[in-house]
Design a protein around this ligand. Structure first.
Ligand SMILES: Cc1cc2nc3c(=O)[nH]c(=O)nc-3n(C[C@H](O)[C@H](O)[C@H](O)COP(=O)(O)OP(=O)(O)OC[C@H]3O[C@@H](n4cnc5c(N)ncnc54)[C@H](O)[C@@H]3O)c2cc1C
Length: 376
């Protein structure tokens, strides 16, 4: 019998952890290296023992998917707490209103009495623009909501989130958001929406708990490591791997400022700020479902301030796509180079330079693992 193959996985986020598990179950020996001091990647959500609150260190992560297969796969490693995510926007002079915009949002903003979907559609028909063949996020948004609502909810928020004008972003950025004509106040429409009952860290501990997986924390990838393995699955930033050969790819980052606050009140777990101040969101961790009991009147609130990744310890959170296609073209050069690299397969959000939700990253790693196993 030949020796089982040795695999290196770079990154202990969803992309790397799912890949490691799939390969280990097929008999491969897998080393997972992770440059941070913890597993779970950006889903890291330890408990703050002072207040018994589970805090997502890299911003709120809500699991949602329409895929029964992905939900069942992850259910091997976690129980779930049902959770329908809700967001409200804080509008100066008005207060909190549901977001995405729905019937109640319009009634509150304009002191209207729109009664049903027909009224909402008629209202939006009056205010909407008619850009022919919209090819950027502003035109797409204005064709639904008109200039005033777009300025209030999307333009200013986009400027602080991406440091770009709405018209510089492709339609795909806006298309991620649900459009509502009724009172539906959920943020997502997916059939499965939940939070891991004992947190993401426990889910990851179980994913990585296999006799053929060894996890090495605080270990940074070095190209020389490739010599010791039959193959590498790598979730690091692809431009960093190739030492910026074609220039650095654009990523947006976020600084998180957490504070304990007494008698803090906000209507939903996460609030979007529509003003021109740099903060985009507030999250009150006591409002998320949890297996912990927070009995204190004090809660923990995280403020998010978007920034360039170079101003935030090179923490790359969001690949940036623009209408002029510049970052996409640059990524294509890296992708072409990667196709010729038989030793390493790039996985995950930074490896594939795509904004991917958790369920999409899991699906990708499952697919890539199965393809790899079939070739062996
Ligand atoms: C602010 C924010 C909010 C989000 N909210 C949601 C949400 O509500 N729902 C949802 O479905 N998705 C959400 N996402 C997306 C979700 O975070 C990703 O889908 C998921 O984390 C991607 O997994 P990954 O393994 O590709 O990346 P990561 O989770 O980033 O893991 C990659 C790991 O690789 C490590 N690494 C990088 N380079 C090296 C190196 N050179 N050597 C060793 N290790 C390295 C990193 O430290 C990191 O731990 C959100 C993302 C962000 C940024």
């Amino acid at each position: 019998m030949t020796d089982p193959k040795k695999i290196l996985v770079v990154g202990a986020g969803f992309a790397g952890a799912v890949m490691a598990r799939e390969l280990a179950e097929q008999g491969f020996w897998v080393d997972v290296i992770e440059s941070r001091e913890h597993i779970a990647g950006n889903c890291y959500d330890p408990i703050d023992k002072r207040y018994n609150l589970r805090v997502h260190h890299y911003g709120p992560h809500i699991f949602h998917t329409n895929s029964e297969a992905i939900y069942s796969y992850l259910s091997r490693f976690t129980q779930w707490l049902p959770y329908q995510h809700k967001v409200e926007a804080l509008v100066e002079g008005v207060g909190y209103v549901p977001f995405p915009i729905n019937r109640m949002t319009l009634n509150r903003l304009y002191h209207k009495k729109l009664k049903n979907r027909t009224d909402v559609e008629a209202f939006l028909d009056r205010v909407k623009e008619h850009h022919k063949k919209p090819d950027n996020a502003r035109h797409m948004a204005e064709n639904i909501y008109g200039k005033e609502l777009v300025e209030l909810f999307f333009s200013r928020y986009t400027k602080k989130m991406w440091a770009l004008e709405l018209e510089e972003l492709p339609c795909s950025v806006f298309a991620r958001l649900a459009v509502r004509y009724d009172d539906q106040s959920g943020y997502f429409d997916d059939s499965y929406q939940a939070m891991p009952a004992q947190g993401y860290v426990t889910l990851f501990e179980r994913l990585l708990d296999h006799p053929q997986i060894a996890v090495h924390l605080s270990e940074h990838f070095d190209r020389a490591m490739e010599n010791d393995y039959d193959h590498v699955f790598n979730s690091m930033a692809i431009d960093e791997y190739y030492q910026n050969e074609f220039g650095a790819l654009a990523y947006r980052s976020i600084k998180y400022q957490m504070k304990s606050q007494s008698n803090h009140k906000q209507p939903v777990p996460t609030v979007n700020l529509t003003d021109t101040q740099p903060v985009t969101r507030f999250t009150d961790w006591s409002l998320y479902p949890s297996d912990q009991k927070n009995t204190s009147l004090t809660t923990l609130v995280t403020k998010e301030i978007p920034c360039s990744y170079t101003d935030n310890n090179n923490e790359r959170y969001y690949p940036v796509k623009t209408v002029d296609g510049e970052p996409q073209r640059r990524y294509k050069q890296y992708e072409n180079l990667a196709k010729m690299n038989k030793k390493c397969t790039f996985i995950g959000r930074c490896g594939q330079y795509r904004y991917l939700d958790m369920h999409q990253v899991v699906a990708n790693s499952l697919r890539l693992a199965h393809n790899f196993i079939q070739l062996k």
